[in-house]
Design a protein around this ligand. Structure first.
Ligand SMILES: [Zn+2]
Length: 112
C-alpha cells in the first residue's frame, strides 16, 4: 500500500538539507549554498547586533514588540555584503515575507 505523503513539520525538511552539508556533500551545497553562512558564528553575532539595535521594532512598517528577522537589503545571491550592517535591516514577519516574495518575483522575471 502506497503511503500518502502528508505535510511534515518544516524542521524535518530543514534537517534533510543540513545533514548532507555537514558531511561536505557538494551536491547539497549547490541546492542551498547560503546555508553554511546562516549557521556561522559571525552571522549569528551580527544578526543579534541588528536585532538589539532594532529593539523589537520593525524597520519596515514600524510594528513594535515583534519578532525581528534580520534581512539582507541586497540579498546574498544577488551579491549583497553578508556581514555589512549597512546591508542589514530588521523586519517583522510580514515585511520580511513581502520582501522575500518581491525579490523572488524580480529574480524569476529576469530569468523568464
Ligand atoms: Zn514590518
Amino acid at each position: 500500500m502506497a503511503r500518502i505523503p502528508v505535510m511534515k513539520p518544516s524542521l524535518r525538511t530543514a534537517r534533510t538539507f543540513i545533514a548532507p552539508i555537514v558531511r561536505g556533500d557538494a551536491a547539497a551545497r549547490s541546492v542551498k549554498p547560503t546555508l553554511d553562512f546562516y549557521g556561522s558564528a559571525a552571522w549569528k553575532k551580527v544578526r543579534l547586533e541588528v536585532q538589539r539595535a532594532c529593539g523589537r521594532t520593525c524597520q519596515g512598517c514600524g510594528k513594535a514588540d515583534t519578532r525581528i528577522y534580520v534581512d539582507h537589503i541586497v540579498e546574498l545571491r544577488d551579491g549583497g555584503a553578508p556581514l555589512d550592517r549597512g546591508n542589514l535591516i530588521g523586519l517583522c514577519a510580514v515585511c520580511h515575507g513581502k520582501k522575500t516574495a518581491r525579490e523572488r518575483a524580480k529574480r524569476e522575471a529576469q530569468h523568464a
